[in-house]
Design a protein around this ligand. Structure first.
Ligand code: HEC
Length: 155
């Protein structure tokens, strides 16, 4: 009796495990549109020249370069269309939730702040173009967030 119920439990766990794997694969299989977008992103530069960035931003770049290259090239986020704080918040969280990402919330925050700062310098034209189309409330929220990060880094 005990053996039988343990066996059922084990089989149940095994089936659950298989189910999880199947879901993970489905989530990683990109639809054609995402695949094309991701390939476009990956065509550009593979690194960011951070030599003129504040010291703390240079340190956070190392976290970004280590953690965000585990599954794909760093060129994917570097050359993506994403530039606003909200977009980075969404994508960093999305990547943190991928199975096996191993990104702590502290690391996620550093990566997010680096990306917000980096966009404010390297993708300034893109940030401005996006803000020009945003609602007044979204625009001032984004500007406040960028200012907060830039101030935190001390530049
Ligand atoms: C565990 C694996 C994994 C890690 C770690 C990871 N990514 Fe990804 N990333 C993916 C997969 C899979 C995709 C394919 C599209 C999707 O699922 O969003 C992707 C896609 C992307 C895209 C393109 C999304 C789109 O739909 O336009 C960006 C940008 C991105 N990743 C940034 C990052 C950043 C920044 C980090 C570090 C915080 C990171 N990735 C870490 C797996 C990962």
């Amino acid at each position: 009796m005990f053996i039988k119920s343990s066996l059922t439990l084990i089989l149940g766990v095994a089936a659950f495990g298989l189910g999880t794997t199947a879901t993970t694969r489905a989530a990683d299989a990109m639809d054609a549109e995402t695949k094309a977008r991701v390939e476009r992103f990956e065509k550009g530069a593979a690194t960011v020249n951070v030599s003129k960035y504040p010291q703390a931003a240079q340190q956070d770049y190392q976290v970004f370069a280590t953690k965000c290259t585990q599954c794909h090239k760093l060129s994917r986020p570097i050359n993506s269309d994403y530039a606003l704080p909200d977009e980075w918040s969404r994508y960093v969280k999305r990547m943190m939730h991928k199975p096996g990402s191993g990104i702590s919330s502290d690391e996620g925050k550093k990566i997010y702040e680096f990306l917000v700062y980096d966009s404010s310098v390297r993708k300034k034209a893109e940030v401005d173009a996006k803000l020009a189309k945003a609602s007044a409330a979204d625009k001032s929220a984004a500007e406040a967030k960028i200012k907060e990060v830039v101030t935190k880094y001390g530049k």
